[in-house]
Design a protein around this ligand. Sequence first.
Ligand code: C5P
Length: 223
Amino acid sequence: MKKIIIAIDGYSSGGKSTFAKAVAAKLGYIFIDTGAMYRAVTLYAMRQGIADDPAAITAALPGIRIDFRFNPQTGRSDVYLNGENVETEIRRIDVSNRVSSVSSIPEVRAKLVAMQQEMGRAKGVVMDGRDIGTVVFPDAELKIFMTADPRVRAERRYKELTAKGETVSMEEIERNIRERDRQDETREVSPLRRAADAVLLDNSRMTVEQQMEWIDEQLERFG
Ligand code: C5P
């Protein structure tokens, strides 16, 4: 099969990363979690005390370096912020609560979209996010839009965070997911929406194995 770009978009906590990672491993492709990049910028802004100041965040952008480095212990890539591994910290609920407002800043998007386009230039990538099929790679060979029931998404997120030892309530998670969906769908610059040519995957009641069977069917047309 010739190398293609697989763009995966959808709502928060819909299992995009789990699915994208599995697809990348199966194909020997690079997996890029673009949400991690927006989270890293948000973490930087929070540490500087400028998370509520779009002009200050824009001014700080040249000093924010983000990259991914392979972690042999986990077998996946971790995100680095100015040389520091922030993979765990960026998943915290306080970062989740602020990331949608930081990601609505046009200058932040311009910088990260340009980086993402560069990362996918050689193809052979699975990229997940909110605007991959619409803005980052409108010509991606395979576009997938993932959805799942909000309650199912909240339960998954709850299990993930409590397994890591974070103290959160289901209510807080549901509120966060609802609010991020709303902000992501209504922002002016590249809002979350399904590309006209994206195939829909509702994984509310699907196991990862069933999702892998589904992707096999999708990939058949690429030979
Ligand atoms: O995918 P994840 O939930 O980690 O993304 C965190 C946030 O980053 C999203 O809620 C959204 O506000 C933003 N994001 C975005 N565009 C992307 C990926 C993520 O705006 N391509």
